[in-house]
Ligand binder design. Structure first.
Ligand code: NAP
Length: 251
C-alpha cells in the first residue's frame, strides 16, 4: 500500500467499526487502519490493517495521526465509550484532520413504554431503591456495582462474562448469556422471575430490542441510562453513509 495514499483511521471495537473496515479494506488508493482499545484478550481483528491500545490522550493521538499521515478519522466507538470521542475531536482539530462520528441511533420510547431516563448508574440505583423489588440488570459486568448496596431488592444480573470481582449482593442471581434475545424469551424470563423493573443503557441498534418490547408487554418500567454527551461533529448513522463520506473526503 503506497504511503502516499490518503489514510483513514477507524476508531472501532464496535459492530459499526468492523463493518466499515470490511466495506473499505482493499479499496484502491486508500490506507485503512482500524484501532481497538485492547480491552479483550483475543479481540476479533477487523479487515485490513489494525493496531491495538490507547494513543496516550489527545496529544498522543494527534502525534499518531501526523506520523501515520492520516487524512480522515471515523469515530465508530461505542455510544458509551465517553472519552475517545472527545480525544478524537481535540486531536483532529489540532491536526486539521477530517472527523466523522458513526453512531447507531439511540432507542426511542414508543406508545406503551414507561422509560425512566437517568444520567448515570448512581442515579439509576437511587431510583431502583425507591420503586423496585425484582430487577433485571441487563448491563455490562463493570456496571453493576452501584446496585449492590440495595439489600431489599432481588436482582437478576445478566452479563456476557462473569463479573470479576463480583460485588457483594445480598439477593442476586447471575445469568451469563450473550444476546440478542427475542421478545418472547425475554417475556418468559421476566415473568418466571417476577421482574418488576428493567435496568439497561441506551445502546441503540437497528433491531427491536427484546427486553424493551417485553417490558412494554408486561407494563413494567425501564430505567434507561442515557448516552453520555459527545462533541459536536459531523455524524452518520449507517455504515453506507460513512463509506460515502470517506470516499468523498479521500478522493
Ligand atoms: P473510552 O472511555 O472512550 O476510552 C478510554 C480510553 O481507552 C481512551 O482514552 C483511549 O486511551 C482508549 N481507547 C478507547 N477506544 C479506543 C480505540 N478504539 N483505539 C485505541 N484506544 C482506545 O472507552 P471505553 O468505554 O473504555 O471502551 C473501550 C473500547 O471498547 C472502545 O473502543 C469502545 O468502542 C469499545 N466498547 C465499549 C463499550 C462500552 O459500553 N463502554 C461497549 C462495547 C465496546 P488513550 O487516551 O490512551 O488513547
Amino acid at each position: 500500500m503506497p504511503d502516499a495514499d490518503p489514510g483513514l483511521l477507524i476508531l472501532g471495537g464496535t459492530t459499526e467499526g468492523y463493518a466499515l473496515a470490511a466495506a473499505l479494506a482493499g479499496q484502491a488508493g486508500l490506507r485503512v487502519i482500524s484501532s481497538l482499545a485492547g480491552r479483550t484478550a483475543n479481540p476479533r481483528l477487523p479487515a485490513g490493517e489494525s493496531r491495538i491500545g490507547g494513543f496516550g490522550g489527545p496529544e498522543g493521538l494527534a502525534a499518531w495521526l501526523r506520523e501515520a499521515k492520516i487524512t480522515a478519522v471515523v469515530d465508530a466507538t461505542h455510544p458509551f465509550a465517553n472519552r475517545m470521542g472527545w480525544n478524537a475531536a481535540a486531536a483532529c482539530a489540532a491536526t486539521g484532520t477530517r472527523l466523522l462520528r458513526l453512531e447507531r441511533p439511540a432507542w426511542q420510547p414508543g406508545p406503551g413504554d414507561n422509560w425512566l431516563q437517568v444520567a448515570d448508574w448512581e442515579e439509576a440505583a437511587a431510583l431502583v431503591g425507591r420503586i423496585a423489588w425484582h430487577v433485571l440488570l441487563a448491563l455490562g459486568r463493570q456496571e453493576i456495582a452501584a446496585f449492590a448496596a440495595l439489600d431489599h431488592v432481588r436482582f437478576l444480573i445478566r452479563t456476557v462474562d462473569r463479573p470479576d470481582p463480583m460485588p457483594r449482593f445480598v439477593r442476586a442471581e447471575l445469568l451469563l448469556a450473550r444476546g440478542p434475545f427475542q421478545e418472547d424469551e425475554e417475556y418468559a424470563l421476566m415473568r418466571s422471575r417476577g421482574i418488576d423493573t428493567v435496568v439497561c443503557k441506551n445502546s441503540g441498534g437497528t433491531a427491536t430490542d427484546g427486553k424493551l418490547a417485553a417490558a412494554r408487554r408486561l407494563g413494567i418500567p425501564v430505567v434507561m441510562r442515557q448516552r453520555p454527551p459527545r462533541p459536536e461533529t459531523l455524524r452518520a448513522t449507517t455504515v453506507a453513509e460513512a463509506v460515502a463520506w470517506v470516499k468523498d473526503v479521500t478522493a
